[in-house]
Design a protein around this ligand. Sequence first.
Ligand code: SF4
Ligand code: SF4
Length: 336
Amino acid sequence: MHGTKILEEADRLMTVCNSCRYCEGLCAVFPAMEMRRSFSDGDLNYFANLCHACGACYTDCQFSPPHEFNVNVPKTLAVARADSYAAYAWPRAFSGVFARNGLAISIIAALSVAAFIFGFAAFNDRQVLFGIHTGPGAFYALMPHNAMAALFGAAFLYAIAALAMGVRAFWRDIGEPIGMLVDPPSLWQAMMDAGQLRYLDGGGVGCVNEDERPTDRRKIFHHFTFYGFLLCFAATCVATLYHYLIAREAPYPWWDLPVVLGTLGGIGLLIGPAGLLAEKWKRDPATAAMGPLLALHLGLVFSLFITMPYGKFVHGIYRYVALVRYARERRMLGHV
Ligand code: SF4
Ligand code: SF4
């Protein structure tokens, strides 16, 4: 007996697949499944978070619909994965946000942008909000640096704490001791696999799309997104070091490292029109729209931090943890 109907269905499919084993070369899910004869709720959540939804096992399966076995592993694991995000959410009261993630982000983003505009207007006069500001420290004419750092530091720490509690719940559910922390080879192997998106390739040919032709497009776009996010994070870290170590205040000139990293990351994250917008800002930073644009930027980033533990972002964390366990299991059984 499993906790939900979708886990019952996942158990049925994994039992069929464990007899068939045709797909064992496609990804990590099938070899991980083959290490077991029965599946707990935690095992099935582990498989769900190992699955990269490449679709290859559906296209390759001789038992997929309309066959009476009705084997659809990607779809079943996708639903189980989404359920697991909600189950591991911290605090539990917010688990329902996953189901209405788009609405939650829209409302929090709108309220955050409004709050920053209101705050800029309340604490400054109109000339400051809609004026032209240039040179080091220009942002802080609108909002003091320490207030900005304290607010965003608190939001970021909240997101880290909520994500850490979610990982703790996941790690407990999949029945692993806390030994992950003292197993550097598994951490390194999982980092390499996650960094290359090793299992988002349908066994080597690429993800299967609606026309059933495999391509690497998803993998490429995912790389843009992931490395774009890392570049943006690196830009923030470098700017923080500039501020505290060498007393250089934002905004920085277009050729400086925080702006270069942030611009490349932004292009990776937004590709296309938003990339062009970043180029425009880079070319003409001294616009009278700086106040509202800063409010827009801070409001969006703030809402991103606050909603980060309750949206798609968590998939990277849980998938990485699943890969760590997989690397560990393989090493323990002498498969590598
Ligand atoms: S998805 Fe289909 S072909 Fe692949 S292992 Fe399972 S039953 Fe076999
Ligand atoms: S990663 Fe691809 S091949 Fe593996 S279970 Fe998921 S959809 Fe199937």
